[in-house]
Every structure is written in structure tokens, then in C-alpha cells.
Design a protein around this ligand. Structure first.
Ligand code: FES
Length: 111
């Protein structure tokens, strides 16, 4: 369901508990949403190394990163940039917010 400003509903807030990662199938592809200290992050689920699902990985130490389950690439949740390889390219990150208990994101990567 779209909104006037381009955000689409992804899930209810309860579906992404604090400290967890959840993957959702959207028109733009698989997107993972993470909740860290009451802040939400949304990024492309596919690791840019060999395409493993980042939702099946773990939050990194300090919890501002996600670590790929396959070969350990670590991505910054805010920028999508790889902080540790083997991945060399960033994952897309999306603007995300909560409205009336729903998680909404704008399916255009942040510039
Ligand atoms: Fe993610 Fe290799 S597929 S690190």
C-alpha cells in the first residue's frame, strides 16, 4: 500500500523485535529491516559478495552493522557500505519510518 510521499507499508512494528533482522519480499526485491535501540534500518537483503541473505546473518558488535552469514562481510546499517570484506560494494539502504504502528519504507535507495 503506497502513501502520497512514496513510502510503502512493509509490516507491523511488532514483526521486527528489538535486536532482530527480518526479511520482506517487496516489489523492489528482498529488503531486510533491523531494529536497533528503537531505531529502524532497511537495506537490500542480498549480500553484494555472493548474494547470501543478510537477514540470516547477525547484527555486529555495537549493533550498527550486519554480518553476512556466508563469508563474514560486514555492512554499515546507515550507509550500506562494507566495513569488512570480502564484499567490496555497498548494499542499498532505504529511508524507513513508523506510522501508526506500521513500518514504512521508501523503495528508492538513499543517494
Ligand atoms: Fe556475503 Fe560472501 S555472500 S560475504
Amino acid at each position: 500500500m503506497g502513501t502520497e510521499d512514496g513510502f510503502v507499508r512493509v509490516a507491523s512494528l511488532a514483526e521486527v523485535p528489538e535486536g532482530e533482522l527480518r526479511c520482506f519480499d517487496l516489489e523492489i526485491g528482498r529488503v531486510t529491516v533491523a531494529q536497533v535501540e528503537n531505531e529502524l534500518f532497511a537495506f537490500g537483503d542480498e549480500c553484494t559478495h555472493e548474494g547470501c541473505s543478510l537477514a540470516e546473518g547477525e547484527l555486529g558488535e555495537g549493533e550498527e552493522t550486519v554480518v553476512c552469514p556466508c563469508h563474514g562481510s560486514e555492512f554499515d546499517l546507515r550507509s550500506g557500505e562494507p566495513l569488512a570484506g570480502p564484499a567490496a560494494d555497498p548494499v542499498p539502504v532505504y529511508p524507513v519510518r513508523v506510522r501508526d504502528g506500521w513500518i514504512e519504507l521508501r523503495p528508492e535507495p538513499e543517494a
